[in-house]
Design a protein around this ligand. Sequence first.
Ligand code: SF4
Length: 335
Amino acid sequence: MIKVGIPRALLYYQYYPMWRVFFEELGVEVVVSPPTTQTTLFSGSSRVVADTCLPVKVFLGHVLSLVEECDYMFIPAIRSVKRKIYNCSKFLGLPDMTRAVIPESPPVLGIEVDVNRGRRRLYHTIYKLGRHFTWDPFKVRQASIAAWQAHLNYKQLMASHNFTPPQAIERIFGIPQAEPTARQGSLISDQTTIAIIGHPYLIYDEHINHRLIHRIEQAGSRVLTPEMVTTAELESAITKLTGRAYWTYEEEVVGAGEYYLGSGTDGVIGAMAFGCGPDSLMMDMVRRQAARLRATPFMSLTLEEHTTEAGIVTRLEAFLDMIHRKRRRRTEVCV
Ligand code: SF4
């Protein structure tokens, strides 16, 4: 059976169920790289210049770990998934960058997704991808319908059950994830809630964020993430704060930031990658809004290759301590 490799990085967390269902419907086996380790990060970093952003270095490390494991590498260039809203340039050049810096990679399936070029072009792109595995256009059509349905189900599962992407993927496919992530369940009245905003490839990669979710949960707080809010709510939050979205995946930062700052959570943490232009702009908008509202404490965490565990732990402890003190004060005033 033909094997297609999918790196467990960048857009994996958004689209894995959709991609996997598409390939499996065409009779292809999907191979996913193992969770990130220090070796993954080192090997990816060794192929690019130092100021490449951390998530891209991690992505290349995952590609390297799949080189011997598959016949094709699936690396789409996602330019735009909403009209007139574009993605960060790193995503656009990902297939070419991979070919250039990892020449030993199996052939890269680097389709370009840009909804601004119209439906016909998008369908043609999907057929072109499917033709690597079948000449039957009907089969490709059926596979793409099943894949889209899998994507909708995945998003619905996360929003309705408060699942994180790793939990939802485990639920759908039974793939055990590296580390436990946010818990499902109802809000316990005296438990603090902390929202983490940012891209899934930063929030759910436990190696690069030094187990952020796990640490907050260990401290007795409940964690909320952008996927636990519906797309409609995130879009309306963006409209409220900035009028309109400029970047693809802005919902994960600006939308989730605005939503959680006004939702009664005890604190909001913004996770961003060092050297990321879009994130520094988006996170700044959220920080300014938090300062304007003066209701919910906000802290941003910048993640990079040299971010140490001790650095994260110290900042997190100080932030949680401040939130607990604030909460205690409020309880005493009420008593
Ligand atoms: S959005 Fe930022 S972190 Fe993500 S790939 Fe682009 S530059 Fe890197």
